[in-house]
Design a protein around this ligand. Structure first.
Ligand code: NUP
Length: 274
């Protein structure tokens, strides 16, 4: 099944555009988990069981697992095994290297860990992205305009009369021969988000920046969805997983995910006439 079809089916099954980011930081876990052998897996398991009927995807940022050393890789595997089959899994790994190395990154995340999608950094150009593109049924989300303040350092620079982020969109549209590309665009840039969506009208957008980073939800939904009110993955990490730091952390995360799902649907249903 093509990645986009799997994404649409996951999103329709739970009527949700919410992607929960499992950015589980050992230092921020509730005290009640701290004496367990494997607190991060326990935490993730609680979050997944309370949120899985309100989301279409989970995004696991590799930094949070790599920081734990070899245990981190086991936790990653254990966590993936708990995610229901129909829900999309994204490795937020931001990889990209010379071709033969990217080949191994693609193998690691798509074959060894069997993620449905990955985030890729396009700075090294086509040959660094190409090995990922070979996996026709996986999703390749390419950094286009990031949510952080430093996005202004390079991503707006004008090249041949266009900002670099629009040049990136044009490249991605050319690279999309297997129809498996997506774009990462921060919710902190709503005007640019709508310009990007207009140009890449059929591609899925992974949109971080809502919640802790202060992006505007209404503007993000209206400019980030396609014309059917779909194909936008609204990532929420801290705003959902740390909704409570007490024993009710899982329950509160479930309520936060449900609340975002409803808020998003209340914006998109009338606007896109769903
Ligand atoms: O442009 C980006 N901004 C961003 O925040 C691209 C990303 N991949 N992210 C990631 O999304 C970031 O690394 C983190 O994993 C998540 C946002 O987390 P939060 O702000 O919702 O807690």
């Amino acid at each position: 099944m093509k990645f986009t079809e799997k994404l649409i089916s996951a999103s329709r099954a739970n009527n949700s555009l919410v992607c929960v980011g499992l950015d589980s930081d050992l230092k921020k876990l509730p005290d009640c988990l701290k004496n367990l052998d494997d607190p991060v897996s326990e935490f993730n398991s609680g979050i997944i069981s309370s949120t899985s009927s309100h989301v279409c995807a989970y995004k696991l940022n590799l930094a949070f697992y790599e920081a734990l050393g070899k245990r981190g890789w086991d936790i990653l595997e254990k966590t993936l095994a708990q995610i229901p089959e129909n829900i999309i899994t994204i490795a937020d790994a931001k990889r990209g290297d010379i071709g033969n190395t990217s080949d191994l990154y693609a193998r690691a995340f798509f074959e060894t860990f069997n993620f449905d999608a990955i985030t890729v950094n396009p700075f090294l150009g086509y040959d660094s992205v190409q090995p990922f593109l070979e996996y026709k049924d996986k999703g390749i989300f390419i950094l286009t305009l990031t949510s952080n303040p430093g996005s202004r350092d390079y991503q707006y620079l004008e090249i041949e009369g266009k900002p670099l982020y629009m040049k990136t969109v044009e490249k991605i549209l050319k690279w999309n021969v297997n129809e498996n590309c997506g774009l990462v665009v921060g919710a902190t840039h709503p005007d640019e988000l709508s310009e990007i969506r207009f140009k890449a009208d059929k591609l899925p957008l992974l949109i971080p920046g809502i919640g802790a980073q202060g992006g505007d939800l209404e503007a993000t939904i209206k400019s980030g969805c396609n014309r059917h009110g779909e194909l936008a993955l609204i990532n929420l990490s801290r705003a959902v997983i740390y909704a409570s730091n007490k024993e009710d952390y899982a329950e509160k995360a479930g309520l936060a995910a449900l609340d975002y799902k409803n808020k998003i649907n209340n914006i998109r249903e009338p606007f896109f006439k769903l």
